[in-house]
Write a protein that binds this ligand. Structure first.
Ligand code: ATP
Ligand code: MG
Length: 291
């Protein structure tokens, strides 16, 4: 039954995206009480139904309207080519698609690939990357064990997902060039704002929560004691800090400061604070953070 006041989200059933996708949704305060083996479950406290699928099927299901939104690797979206809207880059499950060639070869840049054969399970992404660089190559589509292709004489090079590169090394290959980068994205059916405005409203509500969770993940909350005369310097060190919360301490000349710091800047800020005489520095994660 098509429910107008409920959205369906497609999530990978089991694999590299599953746990992080579900924990994002749970951090948004949305729970479901079905067991781990179900393929479909209603959220307990949000108008949303979960569909648990293979990641390959998610772009198609969202495109066809079986699901309204989905969480999937950008690589699958681009490879499958269904027109869907990427509404958020979720930043997790980052991976790269790289060219690898046998260790014995000297790679001279993308031109090396001209006229060669390349094995991959991502033929469409590869063709796009080669076209952009004006390279013509013979693309061999394989569905798994791509790394073995050069050893068995199937291809001169491979184009595949790399994380640590250890699989490549054990197959006598060297990673020579990254042509594509991916991370998990939230996708939605194109035009849903016109075709299903009620669902669109629910998606907007979900996005407010997702944004708050993602923002919080990028920041740390810090609390420290500081000699009062250094507050101006501290305000300069902590980027984006409009106005820290400052409380006088019982000890004369000392204040307690509370503020948020970007995760990326955290260690530098910590060192700078220590050099300014900050003491009792407490750091905690933030659960949600609104603008
Ligand atoms: P399914 O059974 O659902 O089809 P799968 O085997 O195709 O699963 P996974 O290996 O679980 O897929 O990977 C899912 C997605 O996670 C990939 O499409 C990619 O976006 C990302 N990913 C894959 N490999 C890595 C990796 N090594 N490091 C980080 N992310 C990865
Ligand atoms: Mg898959």
């Amino acid at each position: 039954m098509e429910q107008r006041n409920c959205i369906r989200i497609a999530i990978q059933k089991s694999g590299r995206l599953s746990e992080k996708s579900l924990s994002l949704i749970q951090d948004c305060g949305i729970d479901y009480s079905a067991g781990s083996r179900v393929l479909k479950a209603m959220a307990d406290n949000f108008p949303m139904e979960f569909l648990f699928l293979r990641d390959d099927d998610i772009p198609e299901y969202v495109h066809d309207g079986i699901a309204d939104i989905g969480i999937v690797g950008k690589n699958e979206v681009d490879e499958k080519g269904y027109p869907v809207d990427i509404i958020r880059d979720l930043g997790f499950s980052k991976c790269r698609l790289s060219v690898a060639v046998p260790n014995t070869e000297t790679y001279s840049g993308t031109a090396y690939l001209q006229g060669r054969s390349i094995a991959t399970s991502y033929p469409n992404i590869l063709k796009t990357c080669l076209d952009e660089r004006g390279i013509e190559a013979d693309v061999h589509v394989v569905s798994g064990s791509v790394e073995i292709a050069p050893t068995i004489g199937l291809a001169d090079a491979v184009f595949d997902i790399v994380s640590t590169g250890s699989t490549l090394v054990s197959n006598g290959l060297q990673e020579v060039e990254t042509l594509y980068k991916s991370s998990a994205v939230l996708i939605a059916r194109q035009g849903i704002e016109d075709t299903a405005p009620e669902k669109y409203k629910i998606i907007q509500k979900l996005l407010v929560r997702i944004d708050a969770v993602m923002r919080a993940r990028h920041y740390k909350y810090i609390l420290f004691n500081l000699p009062k005369e250094h507050i101006e310097e501290v305000s300069r060190i902590i980027p984006g800090m409009k106005s820290p919360t400052v409380t006088p301490l019982y000890k004369e000349g000392w204040i307690s400061v509370q503020t948020v710091v970007k995760e990326d800047d955290f260690w530098e800020v910590l060192e700078a604070l220590q050099s300014l005489g900050a003491q009792g520095i407490l750091v905690t994660s933030i659960e949600k953070m609104t603008r």
